[in-house]
Design a protein around this ligand. Sequence first.
Ligand code: HEC
Length: 114
Amino acid sequence: MAMSRILPILAAVLMSVIGLAGNRAFAGDPMAGKAKVEAACQVCHGLDGRATAPMAANLSGQQKEYLVAQLEAYRADKRRHEQMNIIAKMLSDDDIENVAEWYSSIKITIEMPN
Ligand code: HEC
């Protein structure tokens, strides 16, 4: 087989391998997230994502991408909050994926005021 015909196949195989690895890293492990939440977040945000203090946000059912983005922003001091900046710096990329997976996986129901 000519090189020009093999290259696109090689490229496709490589892309799918990279894609799979990327997806796995992005999926997050909710049970690892739960353990981290119990250790580091529960006191303010609750294990179920219902905040225990009026100034701590409710996190249950929040969009995962949003949670990841906020935690990365706190960690990089792009979003400023004294406590959250310190806490986020203790989280690895995997921790962020996992806690975001945990809180975003909690099912909530909405009831509008009437
Ligand atoms: C000492 C209390 C405390 C702890 C512990 C804590 N947080 Fe927070 N968190 C807060 C407060 C207060 C805010 C609101 C900060 C602000 O105004 O930016 C907040 C904000 C957040 C936000 C942004 C919410 C939004 O709606 O934008 C996320 C996400 C978050 N915390 C995740 C976590 C995670 C994950 C942990 C554990 C690793 C954690 N927090 C631990 C107090 C805490």
